[in-house]
Design a protein around this ligand. Structure first.
Ligand code: GUN
Ligand code: ZN
Length: 421
């Protein structure tokens, strides 16, 4: 059993706890205690149900900090790059989410697919239609998932059929927020798509929404693609940088998650770290769309809060294990070694911290909600052979990250209850 209290890159050995023969005590859907079986077995009441997962690895459920549910069905669409991909596949598909029934069908498949991949929480993109966010909130509530989403805000530079206005966008966001934010395990995320598709009036209204609700999440895209960055520079000639556009409207703060953030300078990274906002690194998407290679060394040097995300449908997999594999390779291309303990931290506790949920999910701290997954080191013939050879925890985790996918997720628990049982 493994979980993280801190970032192993900075906190060293104290950052994680690993029990070769561990036990997770769950009471009323929450974690009562976690530790070595030998130490805790005496405290287990006689009428407790004991589930034995010996030979497997229990970790907190994965947290995907940037994923577009309306892009589920356009995953793996061939394109020469971001802006073409948005115009050709993404926007036409997102139009369909004006229909609440269509949205509900995709939201159902999407949440099941997250869970099948061991992702128990996520910060998710809907479309510009309030009904799309509504549908995902409803499906998450049915499954009792801790999840955040928000309606996309875009009032320019997009097809007319996907356009809101600063006024209607703010009104719809405030309405959704009042009905869903803090309801059960759900949170609202203020969701301007990216600087090019919002007027200054709309960005200012995002800042106002954020001020009015200090614990709302914020999500957007930044510095993903060089053509996009040139476009932002033309649209916002007074801004120091792409990130600065958001900063000017009060959108950098704890609970704000910036997707991609590949092409930043040191001032941007310092500003991100100082503000408490986090980066969602989306390696399968960055490779697929040819957007660029995230600079782990510079990011760490300035202590940018980092999380891991699939970015489906720009990303090519729902699996956070496959996302780890891509992250490792992106890091390698920059001469940086991303170790497996760090990857598992990024996929669990780091996401929880970025979303303000560290006291709810992402680790086995007593009192947290009991969302956890069971990984099978023998899930495939090759993974079984490699796991047999693993000499250390790091080697075993690395094998999961390089060779694992949805097949390695043996069981998923939400609030202490098995999913799909
Ligand atoms: N930038 C603006 N919208 C999007 C999107 O849907 N996906 C990605 N990867 N980048 C974006
Ligand atoms: Zn995205």
């Amino acid at each position: 059993m493994l979980h993280f209290l801190d970032d192993p890159a900075f906190a060293g050995q104290d950052a994680w706890q690993y029990w070769e023969d561990g036990v997770l005590l769950v009471e009323d859907g929450h974690i009562a205690d976690a530790g070595a079986w030998a130490a805790l077995c005496g405290a287990i009441a006689a009428d407790t149900t004991v589930i034995d997962h010996r030979g497997k690895l229990i970790v907190p459920g994965f947290i995907d900090t940037h994923v577009h549910y309306p892009q589920t069905d356009i995953i793996a669409s061939p394109s020469p790059g971001l802006l073409h991909w948005l115009d050709t596949y993404t926007f036409p598909e997102e139009q369909r989410f004006a229909d609440p029934e269509y949205a509900a069908t995709v939201a159902g498949f999407f949440t099941d697919e997250l869970l099948r991949n061991g992702t128990t929480s996520a910060l998710v993109w809907s479309t510009v239609h309030a009904a799309s966010a509504e549908a995902l909130f409803a499906e998450s509530e049915r499954r009792q998932m801790r999840l955040a989403t928000g309606k996309v805000l875009m009032d320019r530079n997009c097809p007319p059929y996907l356009r809101d206005t600063a006024e209607s966008g703010a009104r719809d966001s405030a309405d959704l927020m009042s009905r869903w934010h803090g309801k059960g395990r759900l949170s609202y995320a203020i969701t301007p798509r990216f600087a090019p598709t919002s007027t200054e009036v709309q960005l200012a209204s995002c800042g106002e929404l954020a001020r009015a609700c200090p614990d709302a999440l914020i999500q957007t895209h930044v510095a993903e693609n060089l053509d996009e960055i040139r476009w932002v520079a033309e649209l916002f000639p007074d801004a120091r940088s792409y990130l600065d556009v958001y900063d000017r409207y009060g959108l950098l703060r704890p609970g704000a998650v910036y997707g991609h953030a590949i092409h930043l300078d040191d001032d941007d990274r310092r500003r991100l770290a100082d503000s408490g906002a986090a980066v969602a690194h989306c390696p399968t998407s960055n490779l697929f769309l040819g957007s660029g290679l995230y600079d782990f060394a510079r990011s760490d040097a300035q202590r940018v809060p980092l999380t891991l995300a699939t970015d489906v449908g720009g990303g090519t997999s729902f699996s956070m294990l496959r996302t780890m594999s891509a992250a490792h390779k992106v890091a390698r291309m920059g001469g940086f070694h991303l170790d497996a303990l760090r990857m598992f931290y990024l996929a669990t506790r780091a996401g929880a911290k970025a979303l303000g949920w560290a006291d709810r999910v992402g680790s086995f701290q007593a009192g947290n909600e009991a969302d956890f997954i069971v990984l099978d080191p023998a899930a495939t013939p090759l993974l079984a052979r490699r796991s047999e050879r693993a000499q250390t925890l790091e080697e075993q985790l690395f094998a999961f990250a390089m060779l694992g996918d949805d097949r390695a997720i043996a069981h998923v628990y939400l609030m202490g209850e098995p999913v799909g049982a």
